[in-house]
Design a binder for this molecule. Structure first.
Ligand code: TXA
Ligand code: MG
Length: 341
């Protein structure tokens, strides 16, 4: 058991405390623009070991290293081809700080534990001002997976982090709700064809426009990418509820008066309520999510955590597969496919 300190991003001195803890090899959860991360000094293998232990994360799933500057990021890579270096220069200039993670051959500085034995490392500069300030203050490379237990939804508030990791880590920084609510896009850039390893905030379309040619897995597709990014394993992001299903309109209508929890878009709720009436008092809980993809993504994992408190046997999430080809919804459909497997 560890006493967890609750720090406030806007309280004088608290970020310095967090930076000091990281320097001492302690674990600190911090906000990024995507989701909260669980950070440790990336070159301190004892600290990194504790990340895997606290999350109950398998050792074959590598960690993203977070840094404050492009120069710091360069030190973590071994640019063994000009193509790799050119793509790094382009994407780091265009998209950093921001929700994109670059994967390529690692330099000798990066411990094998961080990359789970892989010869490649994943690196990103987050844009959240608190994350950036923390990284600058400690001036260390910080290995940080999302701050949730293995297979659970990523945390978008410090309360979600506490639900997962209270008494396991030294500190949690509270900076309110994260902006995007889904994780960074992970792209491998040292292969002949750049390849998206995980869908995320930056759309595949945007990457294609920047790089020309990019290999893109379809939403929910994993088999081929699993070897390179084990984090893509199918079961992920799941709410802790016995049965979690994707539901089309027909199934939602059939379950409208049942005790099942339902998560759907505002417009879909309105539409069904017009046909069937509002869900009655005795029926299960309903969470309405915004119709716009950016806001939908921001609130999705929070909806999962809210539904977990309702002691449900069954949760239905509106199936959005009809939207999967729309670049703005692809990453969301990918999360939904995994949450319901
Ligand atoms: O938005 C994010 O990326 C958040 C915030 C905290 O930065 N982090 C995050 O980390 O989502 P995590 O550990 O939950 O997911 C990292 C993903 C996994 O799919 C992992 O397999 C992949 O990145 N990854 C990390 N290092 C890799 C590597 N060396 N090669 C291939 N994939 C890697
Ligand atoms: Mg994660």
């Amino acid at each position: 058991m560890t006493q967890t300190r609750y720090l406030k991003a806007d309280k004088a001195g608290d970020l310095e405390v967090a930076a000091q803890l990281l320097g001492q090899g302690k674990l600190v959860a911090f906000p990024t623009e995507t989701v909260y991360g669980l950070g440790a000094h990336a070159f301190d293998v004892t600290a990194v070991e504790r990340i895997f232990a606290a999350k109950k994360r398998p050792r074959n799933n590598p960690l993203i290293v977070h840094v404050a500057s492009v120069d710091q990021a360069r030190l973590l890579f071994d640019f063994d081809s000009s193509l790799f270096e050119e793509r790094f220069a382009l994407l780091s200039a265009q998209l950093w700080p921001g929700p994109i993670t670059l994967v390529g051959k690692k330099s000798a500085l990066v411990p094998d534990l961080v990359t789970a034995g892989s010869s490649k490392v994943a690196v990103r500069i987050p844009s959240h001002p608190v994350a950036l300030e923390l990284l600058k203050t400690c001036s260390l490379p910080i290995a940080a997976p999302s701050a949730n237990l293995y297979t659970r939804p990523s945390p978008t508030t410090h309360e979600h982090v506490a639900l997962n990791l209270d008494s396991q880590i030294e500190a949690i920084i509270d900076a309110g709700q994260t902006e995007f609510g889904i994780e960074s896009t992970v792209i491998e850039i040292d292969t002949p064809r750049a390849k998206i390893l995980r869908h995320g905030v930056v759309s595949a379309h945007q990457l294609q426009e920047l790089l020309g040619d990019v290999e893109i897995p379809t939403a929910g597709q994993t088999e081929t990418s699993m070897r390179t990014s084990p984090g893509l394993c199918m079961k992920h992001y799941s709410p802790n509820i016995q049965q979690v299903l994707l539901a089309n309109e027909e199934l939602l209508a059939r379950s409208w008066f049942s005790s099942a929890g339902i998560i759907l878009r505002q417009a879909s709720e309105k539409n069904l309520a017009l046909k069937l009436g509002k869900r009655p008092q005795g029926a299960g809980p309903t969470v309405k999510l915004p119709d716009h993809p950016k806001e939908y993504a921001r609130d999705l994992f929070g909806a999962f955590y809210a539904m977990e408190k309702e002691s449900l046997e069954s949760l239905l999430i509106e199936d959005l597969l009809v939207l999967a080809d729309d670049a703005e919804w692809t990453s969301i459909c990918d999360k939904l496919a995994r949450a319901t497997t």
